[in-house]
Design a protein around this ligand. Structure first.
Ligand code: QAP
Ligand code: CO
Length: 168
C-alpha cells in the first residue's frame, strides 16, 4: 500500500471529469487500498480518486470515530429523493485549512459497485449523505469552494497559492 500525493486547490487537474471504471480488477483494488491509506494518513473522512490525480470514478470514505469502517464506492450514482436541504460545514483534503457551509439535498439514494464489483444501494443520511455528494462532485471536477461566493473562493485561492509557493 502507498500514501499518495493529494492535489490542492487551485490545481487544474482537480477539474478533470473522471471516467467510469469498466472492470473492478486488481488494479482498481490496489487504487482503493492506496486511497484508503492516503485518507487515513491525512487524516480525512472522504477521498475521491480525482484528488490523487487518478481520473476514474472511485471514492473511499470512513465517517466512523474509530476509523475502522471503510466505505468504497465505484461508479457511484446519486439520486435526489423528495425532501429538503441541509447546511453542513464542509472541508476538503484538497482545500486544507478552510471550512465553510454548503447546502445540499438531505435525502438521497446512492447506487455503486463495491470492491468486488458487486452492485449495492444505500439511503444514507446526515454526514454520510453530505460526504458522498461532496466526493461525487470531485469526480465531476467540482469542489466545495465552487458553492461559495467568488470573493471567498478568491481569498482561499490566494492563501493556498501563497502557502504552496512557500513550500516550493
Ligand atoms: C469531505 O473531507 C467532507 O482542511 C471530506 O486541514 C468534509 O476528509 C464532507 C481535512 C466535511 C463533508 C463534511 C480537511 C483534513 C479533511 C482539512 C475531509 C485539513 C485536514 C477533510
Ligand atoms: Co474534498
Amino acid at each position: 500500500m502507498a500514501v499518495l500525493t493529494i492535489l490542492e486547490f487551485p490545481d487544474p487537474r482537480l477539474r478533470t471529469r473522471a471516467k467510469p471504471v469498466a472492470t473492478v480488477d486488481e488494479r482498481i483494488r490496489t487504487l482503493i487500498d492506496d486511497m484508503l491509506e492516503t485518507m487515513y494518513a491525512a487524516p480525512g473522512i472522504g477521498l475521491a480518486a480525482s484528488q490523487v490525480d487518478v481520473h476514474e470514478r472511485v471514492v473511499v470514505m470512513d465517517i466512523s470515530d474509530e476509523g475502522n469502517a471503510p466505505l468504497v464506492f465505484v461508479n457511484p450514482v446519486v439520486e435526489v429523493l423528495e425532501g429538503g436541504f441541509r447546511d453542513y460545514e464542509e472541508g476538503c483534503l484538497s482545500v486544507p485549512g478552510f471550512y465553510d457551509i454548503v447546502t445540499r439535498p438531505d435525502h438521497i439514494r446512492v447506487s455503486a459497485l463495491d470492491r468486488n464489483g458487486e452492485p449495492f444501494e444505500m439511503i444514507p443520511d446526515g454526514l454520510l449523505a453530505v460526504c458522498i455528494q461532496h466526493e461525487l462532485d470531485h469526480l465531476e471536477g467540482k469542489l466545495f469552494v465552487d458553492y461559495l461566493s467568488p470573493l471567498k473562493r478568491q481569498r482561499i485561492r490566494q492563501k493556498l497559492e501563497k502557502l504552496q509557493r512557500q513550500r516550493a
